[in-house]
Write a protein that binds this ligand. Structure first.
Ligand code: PMP
Length: 362
């Protein structure tokens, strides 16, 4: 060391290599349509808002670290036991517990690509190795290729259905066949963040798969259809052993009392949530049909979003057009854009922009 140089703390290489989070434009103005994050455009469910207001009076106290009431209520909802539930600060928080709980340095985690952007980040952070398997031509998981990617280092496989960002589900039979073909010591996570938006029968009956294959772990969230994205609460369903291990990897008190109470109230309001979902599904069909009539090609989506595949140039032109129109969408440079389905007025604005981009191209 030269005299002028002082030693300084350094980040682990795995951390230095991670992409920096660049926050998108927030929906500050009234005219900005926030269609970039697959949130619910509805106001919070009244019962959830009331539960938060009630719980706020006790926020000088720590929350229930074991989240007993919430875990029991989720368990009742799914007909499993509370011992099979682990909750966390968003399902991304639970997923981090899964990866760090199962992977040693150098272990491998297989997932489709593209899929949820947090997957490679959580894997790298754990010192494990992300193994990306390209989606098939229909924007869905290529389960044969994923099975072929398994090595003796594979610890976890992530299946996202319906897939973010493409909206394509994985059928029950295909996942069942996949589970028969992979080693039973590999944890197969079925990430169902958008399951409430999927038509019955389009994706797996994950609880049935879980009961048949103990190496299945189901991941769900209150952030999307239940509309609690800002409160951060999600959960995993796994065998009591794994679920208990996940609870041990949790940051103490990570799921706030407000989030726990809101989630319990939300489960009680499941019917109301489903009525909202039905409206979004109708808008999803309308939007997709209108886009196809305009001349766009898209795969049927089972999420609350649509995926438009686009090369570099088209992605750039779409981004510019949406930006100009004060509509926030998610761009994946070179791959395409993802647009959240919201209320009819915002969806109409999307149709307007998409039509104009096509017209300018012709
Ligand atoms: N899984 C998928 C597939 C997602 O798209 C998201 C949110 N973008 C999450 C998990 C995490 O959501 P949350 O942490 O809010 O539960």
């Amino acid at each position: 060391l030269m005299a002028t140089e002082t030693a300084h703390p350094t980040l682990r290489a795995a951390v230095s290599g991670l992409p920096s989070y660049v926050p998108g434009r927030r929906s500050a103005g009234a005219d900005i349509a926030a269609l970039a994050s697959n949130e619910s455009h509805y106001e919070p469910l009244p019962a959830a808002a009331a539960a938060v207001a009630e719980a706020a009076g006790r926020m000088n106290r720590y929350p229930d670290m074991a989240a007993v009431e919430l875990r029991e209520r989720i368990a009742g909802h799914l007909a499993v036991t509370a011992g099979e539930i682990a909750v966390g600060p968003g399902s991304v928080g639970v997923l981090q517990q899964i990866i760090t709980g199962l992977c040693d340095a150098g272990d491998e985690v297989i997932f489709a690509w593209r899929s949820f952007e947090a997957y490679p980040i959580l894997v790298e952070l754990a010192g494990a190795r992300p193994v990306r398997v390209p989606l098939d031509d229909a924007e869905g998981h290529d389960l044969d290729a994923m099975a072929a990617a398994v090595t003796e280092r594979t610890k976890v496989i992530l299946l996202c259905t319906p897939n973010n960002p493409t909206g394509v589900p994985i059928s029950h039979d295909r996942i069942a066949a996949f589970l028969r073909s992979v080693r039973s010591d590999i944890l197969v996570v079925i990430d169902e963040a958008y399951v409430e938006y999927a038509e019955a029968g389009s994706g797996p009956d994950s609880l049935t798969l879980y009961r048949e294959y103990p190496n299945v772990c189901i991941l769900r969230t209150f952030s999307k259809a239940y509309g609690l994205a800002g409160l951060r609460v999600g959960y995993a369903v796994a065998t009591p052993d794994i679920a208990e291990g996940l609870r041990r990897t949790a940051i103490p008190f990570a799921v706030t009392a407000l989030a726990q109470k809101a989630a319990v109230a939300s489960l009680d309001a499941t019917g109301e949530m489903q009525a909202r979902v039905a409206v979004v599904q109708k808008e999803r069909s309308r939007l997709a049909a209108r886009l196809e009539a305009q001349g766009w090609t898209l795969q049927p989506s089972q999420g609350n979003f649509l995926w438009i595949r686009a090369d570099d140039d088209l992605t750039a032109r779409l981004v510019a057009a949406f930006d100009q129109a004060d509509i926030l969408v998610r761009a994946y440079q070179g791959d395409g854009i993802r647009i959240t389905v919201a209320e009819p007025a915002s969806n109409d604005r999307v149709l307007h922009v998409m039509e104009a981009v096509l017209a300018a191209h012709a």
